[in-house]
Design a protein around this ligand. Sequence first.
Ligand code: COA
Length: 377
Amino acid sequence: MNEESDRKVVRGLKDVAAAETRISFVDPKGYLYYLGYNIDDLVGRVTYTEVAYLLIHKRLPNQQELDEFCTDLISEMKLPNAMVKCIWDTPGHVHPMDVLRTEVSRLGEYDIEYKDLSEAANMRRATRLIAQVPTIVATLHRSRMGQPVPAPRKDFGFAENFLYMFEGYPPKEDEADVLHRLLILHADHGFNASTFAARVTASTNADMYSAATSAIGTLRGPLHGGASEKVMEMLNDIGLEKYVDEYIQGLLDEKMKIMGFGHRVYMAEDPRTKHLRGIVENLCHQKRTLDLYNKCIKIEEIVHQRKNIYPNLDFYAAVAMDALGVPKEFFTPFFTSSRIAGWVAHTIEQYEDAVLLRPSSKYVGEFGRTFVPIEER
Ligand code: COA
């Protein structure tokens, strides 16, 4: 018998604290804090750029620092021409998250200071990643429409530039406001699966691009960031509002998961939901958004009544992104464009912690099997 076979398995690592962090706190009672600030005090009062600064510098910027950070981000948004070509050359059937995963990895090839792993170089790298992930997403979206990406404008903020480059026209004030709220709400969330993946990679002293690539691959799954796309597929599949009850009850009867519901940590409603529901309510002057919203409210009631669980981030975020004109296959890339700030902040924190993240396992396989040479098998 081996020592590992006596170990107790914590299935899904539920409630296991894998490291200390100062970046964000997911309070099961239904609160979320970024560096000690309740997100309720940030949403609608700060820009996404301030939150990105907060995550990597661990404090809010003053006006001058914010202006400089915004200038740095905008000047870093441009991608190497060879990368733009690669993005244009991707086959149209490939999911945008697959392209994003590859292209973020490729960014590492263009890092001219790749040998410099100092704190200062990592901070520059973090800024570049926060700037360039949205550009990859915008470039892919525009390329699929056969359109080039407009160059970022110095008179727009960073988030406004993202939407401008994605859509190809300057965002209206209310669209920019929605975008800031969305990006802030997606920016970080404790030791979620993708952040943990980034930290595991960083814990081997691998570079930041490798950590971000691991995280993207992890975010893509429908139990994590891929859920928002599934939410929209479900809402489309339901059809008219009058079919909601039958559809959802049917899924629950079959013990199926309702996408955009449930959470590993929150015992109460996800604190981001009220903000996202509010964003969607404000966009209900659009007929499509109103129809989707009405379906969502009904689904919420049914799922809560039957399973006593609440919507998570991805439920109303799907409708909010749809209202902004984002196609559903770009929902998770949009999520990534914000969460990259959390990932790089956690990667830096993991480098500071300087410990290899390597759990054990409980071996439940066989021992003492008799070896049989291949010619006798
Ligand atoms: N729909 C229906 N029931 C759900 C559910 C959902 N979305 N999420 C959880 N439940 C139920 C489970 O069936 C289980 O019920 P039971 O005890 O009667 O068997 C219970 O709630 C616990 O669920 P479990 O899957 O064990 O929780 P978890 O902590 O392992 O999973 C999620 C958390 C997020 C993976 C899970 O809620 C889920 O799959 N949600 C849908 C995907 C999603 O929206 N992901 C985005 C997360 S932010």
